[in-house]
Each structure stands twice: as C-alpha cells, then as structure tokens.
Design a protein around this ligand. Structure first.
Ligand SMILES: CC(C)(COP(=O)(O)OP(=O)(O)OC[C@H]1O[C@@H](n2cnc3c(N)ncnc32)[C@H](O)[C@@H]1OP(=O)(O)O)[C@@H](O)C(=O)NCCC(=O)NCCS
Length: 466
C-alpha cells in the first residue's frame, strides 16, 4: 500500500506512514501562533508498535473554500492518503468564544464535520479531525480528538495530531510482517478464554485500542482507573484470546455474541443447562470483573436488553429499520465483534486465525448466520471469508462506537461456507498450527470453574484488583 513506503534512498529500510495535516484556523492569535511554528508539526515521529515513522506534511488553509478545494483534490487521488484536519471551526458556538454544550457538558459537532466524514465514507482515504475549542477538551461526536485552546501549546497540539495519526494508522492495513519478525522463540496461540485473568486482559486490550488509541469510547470509560471496556453483550458471548506462549500475555481478542436468556431469569428457573459451557464460565467471569471494577461497569453489564437488542448490530437504528431478515434470524444467529489486536502484534495474521475460530464456533453451535459490523475499510478483510454486505442502508451508526459502520453477514447454511467452517473446526480441534508462529489452543474452557447458583448485584468495587 502506498502510504506505507519502504525508503531505500540511503540504505534505510525504515517504513514511513504519510499524513497530511491540514490547518484551518480562524482565530487570529491561534492562527499566527501555530503558523509561525509549522515546521515543528512536520518533525517525524515513531509509530507505536509498528516499526515505522510518521512523515507529516503540514499545510495552512485560509478560507473554507480553500479547505473544500484541498479536500476535493485529495479525494480524487488514486493513492490512499491519510488526512488530519485541525480546526477551530468544527464545534458549534452560539457566540464568539462560547461553545454550545448539552446537559452532560458535551459540545456538538458543526455541519462541516458530518460533511467531511460523509465525503470520505466510500473513499480509500482516511480522515481524522482535531477540534480546537474553548473549555474542557471532552469527546465530541465524530471528532477524533479535541484540544482546549485555553493555554494550548504547539507541543500539546502536535501530541493530539500524533494521537489521531496513530488511530488512523490502526484503521489502515497493518504492516506486512512475517513470523521471522516476531521475537525469537515467540509463538502465539489462539484459544477460547480460559480464566478470569485472561478475560480481564481482553477487556484491557479493548480499552487500550478502542479507548486510548482510537477514542471510540466515552470519556468516562477511557479515564476510569479500571482501564477495561466491557458491556452487556459480554455476558452473552464466547470470548477468544491470542496469547503469547512465553509470557501468557494476551495480545489480541474477539467475542462471539450469542442469543440466550437473561442470566437472572435463567438462574431463577434453572434452565441454563443447555448453554455451551464457555458461555456460562465467561458470563460469570464478566460479572466478577464488572463487580470488581465498580458502578459504571456493573450497570453496563446488568443493563436489560431491548426486544431488538440481542446483538450489538441490532442496536444500530438503520439496520433495525431496514434489515428485517437480520431481525428474523436473530434467534439462530450470532455476531462476531470486538476483534482487536495490540499495535505491536498487527500484521502477523492473528486476526485471520481469530476470525476462523469465530466461524468454526458458529458452525459447532449450529448457528444459521454470523453477523458483524465494521468500518468501511474492513469490508474487504471480512469478504475473504465469504461475509457479504447487508442490503439496504450502506452505513449505520452503532450506538456504542463513535463511527459509521457497515453490516455484513456470513450465511452458515450455504454448503461452501459450512464446508470451510467444518475444516476450520477440525484444524482447531486438532490444535494444528495455522502457519509460522501461530497455533490453536483449547476451544472449550478447560479445568474446573466454580459457577455460582445466583449472581449478586455487587455494589462493592475492589480497588486492588486493577
Ligand atoms: C483490524 C485488525 C483486527 C487486523 O488484525 P491483524 O492481526 O493485524 O490482521 P492480520 O495480520 O490477521 O491481517 C489479515 C488480513 O487482513 C488485512 N487487513 C487487516 N487490517 C486491515 C485494514 N485495516 N484494512 C484492510 N485490510 C486489512 C491484512 O492486510 C491481511 O490481508 P491478507 O490476508 O491479504 O494478508 C487489527 O489491525 C486491529 O486491531 N485494528 C484496530 C481495531 C479494529 O478496528 N478492529 C476491527 C473491528 S471490525
């Protein structure tokens, strides 16, 4: 891919990831302060976990027309480009210097934000935004980072730009790596989560990548000391982990969300016996983790599901309205979700093995379809396994992630898909190596897991646990 260029000129093999930083700043003082130091924004910086360098080209645009013209030019380029727009015009103000906020103190994105996002939705390019505004730098919908102009230094602004650059780097294809680039003797095994400790590490990876790096999550979760991300679907999921053999650290994760009765009603009538065992163990560990992490997590895990809400994808209004087929299938389907790999382990094929594990588990549990929601950039990645885009509205707003998404479905009843799924399952059950440094571990929860007969609602968090 072109934005990922290996430079050969001086014999250096360091790859670079190019970013265009476009400044559109109307406040005169701020404008002049940034502009006089523009070169400082172009200094290269390492890309965390990628063995690459960010190469940034900074440009000032004086009017909205200049900005529109520049974006138009970038959009017609064949070469995939990464653009970061830095502006004090992204957020709604009712008076100069006075940002409009809702009752929770959140500012609102101006029309320019949605306009830019939509232009890039079906393009190969990636766009990110840094919003400059007065008052606290809280998350604003569709804006990757906000920076408060009160006391803002160019150094702090550069950090915000680099943060957005890293989140865009995570959306672009990973660097092509092979097993040899793994530290010597390193091997990764993919398995069904085997313990509460492993599951907590999975939630910590989601927090690190979806929260700290990509900023998909609300501020209160990103800033919470527990440093985990967990929601109500986790108690209804089979969780998978990619684990380093040498250290037992989890480096990647994914969940398969299933439809099953509410845990409370089940424990009351004892009808849980038919559930696959990983699900019951995982449900219990989730509740323990949430209980120890404290109130925001307990209410997330215990929140009741709406009639349509058996899968995350069904919370997206566009799908609910347009995808009757998906709703009708909900009882017999499942959803692949929260597939996340740590930056330093991207590009080794770990997600491939996790996706195969999800397909194999869906087959083993006789699910009729496997659904997912992904950002437009990932459609091709899933299409390789036979996932097809859902018809109808091409994009939707998942309720939990600050992104536009596309719905996809793998029909498990098609002979070809079922045949492949069976092959994956055999490969996994025989714990074969996928390739190189990757192998499969256990597909069920092994060993004894003490399961309670009822779950308390836990009002006590455990500060020493995290
Ligand atoms: C997307 C992600 C899960 C991929 O994991 P990974 O282990 O680095 O990917 P792999 O090495 O297994 O790559 C598998 C294939 O998918 C492709 N791919 C991976 N990420 C891609 C992306 N962002 N865009 C396009 N293709 C991508 C790879 O190029 C590779 O292609 P190949 O089979 O032709 O060689 C990982 O980069 C990640 O965690 N990203 C951030 C979180 C996220 O967005 N998750 C997806 C939720 S839908």
């Amino acid at each position: 891919m072109s934005v990922l260029r290996v430079e050969n000129g001086t014999g250096s093999q360091e790859a670079s990831f190019r970013v265009s930083a476009l400044f559109f700043v109307q406040d005169k003082g701020l404008h002049d302060r940034i502009r006089q130091d523009l070169k400082a924004f172009e200094r290269s910086a390492p890309v965390e976990g990628h063995n690459e360098t960010f190469r940034i080209a900074a440009k000032f645009l004086e009017t909205e027309n200049d900005l529109r013209g520049e974006l138009k030019l970038l959009l017609v380029r064949n070469v995939p480009t990464t653009i970061i727009l830095i502006s004090d015009r992204l957020i709604v103000r009712d008076l100069p210097g006075h940002v409009v906020r809702d009752t929770r103190g959140r500012a609102c994105p101006g029309p320019i934000v949605d306009d830019v996002r939509r232009q890039f939705l079906i393009s190969p390019h990636l766009v990110g935004m840094v919003g400059l505004h007065e008052g606290p730098a809280k998350h604003v919908r569709d804006i990757d980072r906000t920076a408060s102009v009160d006391g803002l230094t160019n150094g702090a602004l550069r950090d915000s730009i680099l943060n957005v650059a890293l989140s865009l780097r995570m959306k672009a294809p990973p660097p092509p790596r092979n097993g040899e680039q793994m530290p010597a003797g390193e091997a990764i095994r993919i398995e069904t989560v085997q313990s509460e400790t492993q599951l907590r590490q999975c939630f910590a990876i989601r927090h690190a990548v979806y929260g700290q790096i990509m900023r998909y999550l609300p501020d209160e979760i990103i800033e919470h000391r527990a440093r985990i991300e967990i929601d109500r679907f986790d108690t209804r999921s089979i969780h998978f982990a990619a684990v380093r053999d040498r250290t037992e650290d989890v480096v990647g994760t994914m969940r398969l969300v299933l439809n099953h009765p509410n845990p409370r009603s089940r424990s009351a009538n004892g009808s849980g016996a038919f559930l696959p065992f990983p699900l019951r163990a995982h449900e219990w560990w989730c509740q323990m983790i949430a209980r120890r992490a404290g109130p925001p997590f307990i209410s997330k895990v215990m929140a009741p599901l709406s009639e349509f809400g058996v899968f995350p994808i069904l919370l997206s209004t566009d799908f609910r309205r347009n995808q009757k087929q998906v709703i009708d299938e909900a009882l017999y389907g499942c959803e692949l979700s929260r597939l996340v790999i740590l930056p330093a382990y991207r590009g080794f094929g770990i997600s491939r093995v996790l996706i195969k594990a999800a397909i194999a588990k869906a087959f083993q549990l006789k699910r009729k379809s496997l659904l997912l929601e992904c950002i437009p950039k990932h459609v091709e990645m899933y299409a390789k396994y036979g996932f097809k885009r859902l018809d109808g509205a091409p994009h939707s707003r998942p309720s939990d992630l600050d992104q536009y998404a596309i719905g996809m479905r793998l029909s498990m009843t098609q002979n070809e898909v079922a045949g492949r799924a069976k092959q994956y399952l055999l490969q996994i059950l025989q714990q074969q190596r996928d390739f190189g440094c990757l192998r499969y571990g256990p597909f069920e929860v092994e060993g004894d897991v003490a399961l309670p007969s009822s779950v308390d609602d836990g009002s006590q968090s455990d500060a020493s646990y995290f």
